[in-house]
Ligand binder design. Structure first.
Ligand SMILES: [Zn+2]
Length: 71
């Protein structure tokens, strides 16, 4: 099983794969899990080059340990 999954974000209208989101933002979980890690989910807005449909999808997820956060 491959560790890293390359995500194909397909247009919900015409199923054209859309490479890059034109806008992204991070959603940080308000509470840490049992190991005191914070889950950060990166969302993106994609625009289909074929039909112009805009859709949201998860770009990636990351878990941050408190000791690895540097401000
Ligand atoms: Zn489309």
């Amino acid at each position: 099983m491959p560790k890293k999954q390359t995500r194909q974000n397909l247009c919900p209208e015409c199923e054209t794969p859309v490479k890059d989101p034109y806008k992204t933002w991070e959603l940080v979980a308000p509470f840490p899990d049992k190991k005191m890690r914070i889950t950060v989910t990166i969302f993106g807005i994609y625009e289909c080059p074929k039909c112009g449909k805009k859709f949201r999808a998860v770009v990636s997820k990351a878990k941050l340990g408190t000791e690895s956060i540097e401000l």
